[in-house]
Ligand binder design. Structure first.
Ligand code: DX5
Ligand code: ZN
Length: 223
C-alpha cells in the first residue's frame, strides 16, 4: 500500500491549520513533520508547541522526522504532543539501538533515516526492530532541493534486502520528490512518499490528486 506524506515544512504557516485540513480531506495518509535543531542540520524549523496545536485538529498519522542531535532526549515529549511515528537519523544517535527500543517502548512506530552518503549497512543489526527506513533523497535541512539520482540504486538495494529477508518494513523517501519523478521512486521500491514543495507549492488539491493518480496507475500495473 503506497502512502502519501505531505511535509508541512513547505506549507504556509500563516494558515497552517487550513492547509492541513485541505490535505487531509483531499487524500493524505501521513502528515510529515520536519523538526530541525540548527545543529544536526543547519536550519531550525519548529517543535513541540506547533505539533501540539495541529494535533487538536487532525486525525492524520503524524510522521515526525527528527533532524536533531541525540533525539533520545525528547522522545516522551514528542509522544505527548501527538507523534505516531518517530524517525531518527542513524548519524545523530550515539546509541541507535537504545533510541529505537525507547520509541517502541513508548508504543510508537520507529523509523531510522539515512543521509544520502550513509551506507545501508548501518541498518544491518537494526532492520528487524524497526517499522520504516527513511532514505533521504536530498541532504536534510531544507525543502525545495533537487532529488539526488544515485538514491534510486539505494532504494532498490534496500527493497531487495527486505524481500530477501522477508521483512515488512516500509521504505519512505524524502526530498525532491515531484509528480515527474515519483513513478521512478515507486518503481525502485519506495512505498511512503514524502513531498513538500510538490504538494504545498501551487494548487494543493490538484497536486495531491496528481500523486494519487500516479499511485493508482502504479498499483494497477502490479496487479
Ligand atoms: C528536508 C525535509 C523534507 C522536506 C522535503 O530536510 O526532511 O521533508 O520538507 O521537501 P521537498 O519535497 O520540497 O524536497
Ligand atoms: Zn522530512
Amino acid at each position: 500500500m503506497i502512502k502519501l506524506a505531505p511535509s508541512i515544512l513547505a506549507a504556509d504557516f500563516n494558515i497552517l491549520g487550513e492547509q492541513i485540513m485541505l490535505v487531509e480531506s483531499t487524500g493524505a495518509d501521513y502528515l510529515h513533520i520536519d523538526v530541525m535543531d540548527g545543529k544536526y542540520v543547519p536550519s531550525i524549523s519548529f517543535g513541540m508547541p506547533v505539533i501540539a496545536s495541529i494535533r487538536k485538529n487532525s486525525k492524520l498519522i503524524f510522521d515526525v522526522h527528527l533532524m536533531i542531535e541525540e533525539p533520545i532526549r525528547y522522545l516522551e515529549e514528542f509522544k505527548a504532543v501527538g507523534a505516531d511515528i518517530i524517525t531518527v537519523h542513524a548519524e545523530a544517535c550515539t546509541h541507535l539501538h537504545r533510541t529505537v527500543a525507547k520509541i517502541k517502548e513508548l508504543g510508537l512506530k520507529a523509523g531510522v533515516s539515512l543521509n544520502p552518503s550513509t551506507p545501508l549497512n548501518v541498518l544491518d543489526y537494526i532492520l528487524k526492530d524497526i517499522d520504516m527506513v527513511l532514505i533521504m533523497t536530498v541532504n536534510p535541512g531544507y525543502g525545495g532541493q533537487a532529488f539526488i539520482t544515485s538514491m534510486y540504486d539505494k532504494i532498490r538495494a534496500l527493497r531487495k534486502t527486505l524481500n530477501e529477508e522477508g521483512l515488512d518494513v516500509d521504505i519512505e523517501v524524502d526530498g525532491g520528490i515531484t509528480l515527474d519523478n515519483v513513478d521512478l521512486v515507486l518503481e525502485a521500491g519506495a512505498n511512503v512518499i514524502v513531498t513538500g514543495t510538490a504538494v504545498f507549492g501551487g494548487d494543493i488539491q490538484s497536486n495531491i490528486k496528481g500523486f494519487r493518480r500516479i499511485f493508482r496507475e502504479f498499483e494497477s500495473r502490479l496487479n
